[in-house]
Ligand binder design. Structure first.
Ligand code: LAC
Ligand code: ZN
Length: 310
């Protein structure tokens, strides 16, 4: 780390346990560059799994996704390496703008869908058997409606590509109100159901483009304006107008509920400038005070990534 005062701290320790005072490493890692510049890192490597297999499963709603997660965790434990949720409206956007990418998920992706990945240290058969066993248990329990297991690495990649293209389809559709929330995993279905209902009542025609890292309790609960004109420029303008009027109130509405349910308003993307004021609004005076003291001690002149985080 290069500090704000121009010194160098070498914190490159490859230790599993280190209990010698303050955890400076995590302090810098979580600071979004506002305390110092990280210039190197030590990585812990794991053996590459010999077998990886991916599947799509259609669920009735997020509550079933949670049940599927429980089954997958019970059977696979650490072999469960991916569990991503995609709402029906998020994949509808994909089908609309990138039908070639969405094609790989049809007909599964017409409703709420889960992408699930299993990794096996020894072999491909092990991974496939484990995933089949999870799917069978989920069928028997009535937790999934349908499933398709990728038959090749190319197919697995196509399913991941589908999941990862939702942001591209969103960008094509036009500006959205984006949230990067995390909640205790068991609260996700309740949150999605309540929030969706309230927002749909308040803003008729809005679309809930929620998707993300369900297994981590991390959801991109994005809110898209009502479907706009076919012409791209006109549609983007209509979205921008909607955001101008409603973005602040929708964001506050969503974040209020997240905080009331013990969640976080930024799970993976950080605060930057977009969520800086939101963090200040929700964090206690004590917490903000501690953060400010640290900032003042390590970067007294305010040189590092000014205007971000705090
Ligand atoms: C994703 C990015 C938005 O999950 O974090 O696609
Ligand atoms: Zn993400």
């Amino acid at each position: 780390v290069v500090t704000a005062t121009g010194e160098i701290w070498n914190g490159l320790r490859s230790l599993r346990k280190d209990n010698t005072g303050f955890d400076l490493k995590d302090l810098f890692v979580g600071s979004e560059g506002s305390l110092g510049l990280i210039t190197a890192a030590v990585l812990k490597l794991f053996p590459q799994p010999k077998g990886v297999v991916t599947a799509l499963a259609s669920v009735k709603d997020p509550a079933q996704a949670l049940q599927l997660l429980a089954i997958a965790q019970t059977q696979a434990d650490a072999a469960l390496t991916g569990f991503e949720f995609m709402s029906a409206q998020s994949t509808a956007l994909l089908a609309q703008y990138f039908p070639e990418i969405a094609r790989h998920g049809q007909p599964m992706i017409t409703g709420d869908t889960v992408l699930i990945e299993i990794s096996h240290p020894q072999n491909q058969e092990g991974a496939t058997e484990l995933l089949q066993s999870i799917m069978e248990a989920a069928f028997t329990a009535g937790v999934i409606q349908d499933a398709t297991i990728a038959q090749s690495i190319a197919q697995s990649n196509a399913l991941w590509h589908l999941r990862e293209s939702i942001t591209l389809a969103s960008a094509e559709d036009g500006p959205q109100i984006k949230h990067d929330i995390s909640l205790p995993i068991s609260s996700l279905p309740d949150f999605i159901a309540t929030m969706s209902q309230e927002l749909k009542m308040a803003y008729s025609g809005i679309r809930l483009i929620n998707f993300g890292h369900f297994g981590d309790g991390n959801l991109h609960f994005n809110v898209a304006p009502p479907a706009g004109p076919a012409n791209r420029a006109e549609r983007h303008q209509a979205h921008a107008d909607f955001l101008l009027t409603h973005e602040d109130s929708i964001r506050r509405h969503v974040h209020d509920r997240v905080m009331a349910m013990g969640g976080s308003i930024s799970a993976e993307h950080g605060l930057g400038q977009l969520r800086r004021a939101e963090a200040a609004h929700y964090k206690s005076e004590v917490e903000i005070g501690l953060m400010k003291s640290i900032k003042a001690a390590l970067d007294p002149l305010g040189l590092m990534n000014p205007g971000k985080v705090l």
